[in-house]
Design a protein around this ligand. Sequence first.
Ligand code: ADP
Ligand code: MG
Length: 238
Amino acid sequence: MTEVSLQQVVKRYGQLEVVHAIDLEIRHSEFVVLVGPSGCGKSTTLRMIAGLEEISDGTIKIGDKVVNKLPPRDRNISMVFQNYALYPHMSVRENLGFGLKIAKHPESEINKRVEEAAEILGLGMLMDRLPAELSGGQRQRVAMGRAIVRNPDVFLFDEPLSNLDAKLRVQMRTEIKKLHKRVNNTIVYVTHDQVEAMTLADRIVIMRDGHIEQVGSPLKVFDHPNNTFVASFIGSPP
Ligand code: ADP
Ligand code: MG
């Protein structure tokens, strides 16, 4: 079943077209990574899926619903950014539950979901700490926890690891893989890091200059790059 579908989606800023009529079908519970050099349109594409940017043309569907005009909160998605903004004056527990509280979920339901997310992400010991008392990796985990508690059909990640040091990045990749196995939601993940893309993805989408150059499993793209750009970007042997 297709979970996210982009049909001829275009983004223009004034006269400048930065995403050129892209088509992409993402299946339910698939882990798809958008990868490409800086400025190629990855974040813009993700933000259009999220509803944080209006599309200039085309159609975006989530589930079987056209979402072109829907605000983010009605799209059944959660997004995790690079600069994961946690509320500094709230404990981890409060940070995790805040979105559900705003949405007026009953307290027992909030507690249950917060405990679940904490368990999945190993945050149990940290629940009463403030963000300032956490390491970078722990903060990132809380940011992911906040996305999980809402239990969306689709997770959108924009370079969630790029502020972490190399060792932690590798560790967090494993965490994210585990998270996906566990909750089995659809993930659309943006990175400019080829290795991260190859490690995480069921399928990678290689972008350049607002176009999609190739879509396929990491192995397929590595072994059979469509062109020299893809080959050199992914590092396929000549
Ligand atoms: P990536 O995430 O792949 O690095 P982006 O999607 O952020 O790339 O940006 C794609 C292109 O769109 C870039 O050339 C960028 O400068 C341009 N762009 C992004 N946001 C805006 C904006 N608000 N106004 C004008 N141009 C923008
Ligand atoms: Mg970006």
